[in-house]
Write a protein that binds this ligand. Structure first.
Ligand code: GLC
Length: 569
């Protein structure tokens, strides 16, 4: 086992923690997810675009981001805001042109910023030419999608089985033209491709090559687990979680997710990527149990995304819970692989809205100091929160499909509102006062320009930590974590020759006095690199004794050893 679990009974409370030495070959950088509709609008139509991203590339440099992933920018009817693709090799005019994309790629590379695309292999739009031809039964497109004649029940034709769509209701949709049902694991307008067809497999490899030839640095693979379905088309067992057959949780997904061929296809993609000289990354969207998730590491992906800080932490989590989430990834990940940490994305409520600000700060602090790849969803670096979106303004297909009664629990619009750059019109996102989703009402004070001036802002913390993450010395440093109190969690990165850093987060509502001598090899005095609470207790750049350190309630303190030279390396 790679993780040494240290139990120390010398101090109260019981200090538990892990140590982990990052292997040399792991990938370690800070990745930023751009949701292009919401990052920056350059032409005043209220929707973000590629030229907007070009205009604001400095933000990545200033925030020590090393790679960006663009949510889909391909041609699309936008039913699922780009995750329904009608042409994989064209840019949707709403975002700009291919020339804009090429300019963006060059400008990013000139700044040493890698660019990853969203690869959406599971389904296309129903407007895709392939689907239109499949509908008419034209070979070879007739077998590009998953078609089934259904079953006869009391003389009535019904879908082949009880499979449920992620967006509610049967995953099967009847088409008179084909006299058959097609499978759609997402919205009706997103028919699933049939990966048993060699033509489909070839087409999708061509898509990868097309973008790699343009110079992109890799892919985030959308909805990876859904690629193949069991060919017997059997009913899935009932979960017992709900009586509603239209609810996605009605069944256990033993025939529609994580099928063996889904794993086997990854090496065939890897081969395509490995033909290029520069490293190309493959990161998979996988929401699954630990064993099915970890299995993806063995097939040539850089990693399946680690969503456990999203799925396994709540507003009540304590420091031991955070410790458990961190530890369980290291514990289960195969030897020599790259860990990764995702704290938010366009499908999840925002970090602060899920956990409250003190816990959110603790998580941001923790993940930015962990080895491997960390993923920041746009806006989380300034602590953006969900905005209330009325039923009338709801545009997300998942929210719309849930209906007026239930949309609030399903809609993903609240976490997709425009980035808050400053306190001008539409938060500086657009010159247009009307934007595709309303700007969050809090933008007058919660915006990047304002936070850059505030020492204890969310962005100030993010910027301080991301500078550390970028340091080559720290990328190689040993990781040590400790639970210091019920709501106090500490992460350290220790080097032998270049100093060490200790970040302590107290997300409780009382101050906590901690003894940092529980860390082996810690010197008796440390420098305050950053303290989020404005107080006299821990002024920045002061020197403190390690045996009794007061960590104010709801704050983060980052301390470095006097010999630390990674801050400027
Ligand atoms: C992924 C995307 C989500 C999309 C779905 C269908 O889960 O993250 O936004 O709706 O796939 O493509």
């Amino acid at each position: 086992m790679r993780v040494a679990i240290a139990f120390c009974v010398a101090v109260l409370p019981l200090v538990i923690g892990i140590t982990w030495n990052p292997p040399d070959n792991i990938v370690d950088f800070s990745l930023y997810q751009i949701y292009p509709r919401s990052y920056k609008d350059s032409d005043g139509n209220g929707i973000g675009d590629l030229r907007g991203i070009i205009e604001r590339l400095d933000h990545f440099t200033e925030s020590n981001v090393e790679a960006v992933w663009l949510s889909p920018i391909y041609r699309s009817p936008m039913v699922d805001f780009g995750y329904d693709i009608s042409n994989y090799k064209e840019i949707d005019p709403i975002f700009g042109t291919m020339e804009d994309f090429e300019e963006l790629l060059k400008a990013a590379h000139d700044r040493n910023l890698s660019v990853l695309m969203d690869f959406v292999p599971n389904h296309t739009s129903d407007q895709h030419e392939w689907f239109q031809k499949s509908l008419q039964g034209i070979p070879p497109y007739d077998s590009y999608y998953v078609w089934h004649a259904g079953r006869m029940e009391n003389g009535v034709r019904v879908p082949p089985n009880n499979w449920v769509s992620q967006m509610r209701g049967s995953a099967w949709q009847w088409k008179d033209e084909r006299q058959a049902y097609y499978l759609h694991q997402f919205s009706i307008q997103q028919p699933d491709l049939n990966y048993y067809s060699p033509d489909v497999r070839r087409e999708m490899k061509d898509v990868l090559k097309f973008w790699l030839d343009k110079g992109v640095d890799g892919f985030r693979v959308d909805a990876m687990i859904f690629l193949y379905e069991d060919k017997r088309f059997l009913n899935e067992p009932l979960s017992g979680l709900t009586d509603d057959p239209n609810d996605y949780d009605y069944t256990v997904k033993i025939y529609t997710t994580n099928q063996q061929p889904t794993y086997d296809i990854i090496p065939t993609w890897r081969q395509v990527l490995d033909k290029y000289e520069q490293p190309k990354y493959l990161m998979l969207e996988v929401y699954s149990n630990v064993s099915d998730t970890m299995k993806y590491y063995h097939y040539g992906a850089d990693f399946p995304f680690n969503f456990y800080t999203i799925t396994n932490l709540t507003r009540n989590s304590n420091a031991a819970d955070i410790q458990y989430v961190v530890e369980s990834w290291y514990d289960n990940m195969p030897e020599g692989c790259t860990p990764n940490w995702v704290t938010g994305n366009h499908d999840q409520h925002r970090l602060i809205s899920r956990l409250g600000e003190p816990r959110a700060r603790a998580i941001t602090t923790t993940v930015l100091l962990l080895p491997g790849v960390i993923v920041t969803y746009y806006g989380e670096e300034i602590g953006m929160i969900d905005e209330y979106i009325s039923w009338e303004d709801t545009v997300d297909p998942e929210g719309c499909r849930a209906g007026k009664e239930h949309y609030l629990t399903s809609s993903r619009d609240p976490e997709r509102t425009p980035f808050q750059w400053d306190d001008s019109v539409s938060a500086g996102f657009s010159s247009n006062p009307h934007t595709w989703l309303p700007v969050n009402e809090d933008y007058k004070t919660l915006n990047l320009a304002h936070e850059k001036k505030e020492k204890n802002s969310y962005y100030a913390l993010y910027e301080k930590l991301s500078a550390l993450k970028r340091s080559q010395y720290l990328k190689e440093a040993m990781l040590v974590t400790k639970v210091l109190d019920d709501y106090v969690f500490a992460v350290a990165r220790e080097t032998e020759d270049h100093g060490s850093v200790y970040a302590i987060s107290n997300f409780g509502d009382t101050d906590s006095i901690v003894d940092l001598s529980v860390f082996d090899n810690i010197p008796s005095k440390l420098n305050v690199y950053y303290a989020s609470a404005i107080s006299d207790i821990l002024p920045w750049e002061s020197v403190i004794q390690i045996r009794r350190v007061t960590i104010p309630a709801g704050s983060v303190v980052i301390l470095t050893t006097p010999n630390a030279d990674f801050v400027t390396d």
